[in-house]
Design a protein around this ligand. Sequence first.
Ligand SMILES: Cc1cc2nc3c(=O)[nH]c(=O)nc-3n(C[C@H](O)[C@H](O)[C@H](O)COP(=O)(O)O)c2cc1C
Length: 183
Amino acid sequence: MLKIGVVLGSVREGRNGLAVANWTVEKAKAFSNAEDVQFELVDLADYDLPFLGKTPTAEQGAAIGAWSEKIASFDGYIFITAEYNHGVAGAFKNALDFLKPEFKDKAVAFVGYGGLGAARSIENLRVVLAEQGLASTQRTVNFSLITDFENMSTFKPAAFHEGELQELLGQLIGWSGALKTLR
Ligand SMILES: Cc1cc2nc3c(=O)[nH]c(=O)nc-3n(C[C@H](O)[C@H](O)[C@H](O)COP(=O)(O)O)c2cc1C
């Protein structure tokens, strides 16, 4: 049994990312055998992390521990990412900087949304996450804020993205299983 964390990296109030994350979990479950692989949504907004380097309050210390423990519990990840100024959202990068051993010898895939499907943010993340020990899959799913959302806010994904997600899942599950034997 593989456990895949679907990690939502935007904490913005009114974020578009929640609909994308829910779609990803729902479709991933539909396209997979539940006896082989489980998917769980991990919402960064549930973890009140301080900026790395600031002395945490007791509550923030507990949040750092809970974030680490949750992330460590998975064999692989699907990161749901927006694009902010051609890069990853600041809160997401800050949260990732708390982690490293939790990611070692695991796999990650990306579902992005933005003007260009968060393509630049995803390429940015690949470089960051390689340093943290994650192998990133070739296939991504890239939603356009123009054509996959109404008024850039109501998620209406084109059907062809389901095929992209299936290909992404094949790569991610394959690598997650292979890397589990390495760990
Ligand atoms: C400060 C800021 C910078 C942004 N920069 C980009 C960008 O470089 N490329 C892009 O495609 N979208 C950009 N956007 C649009 C966001 O990708 C879009 O608002 C998206 O819905 C954000 O994700 P969220 O709603 O889940 O927080 C930017 C938005 C903000 C607020």
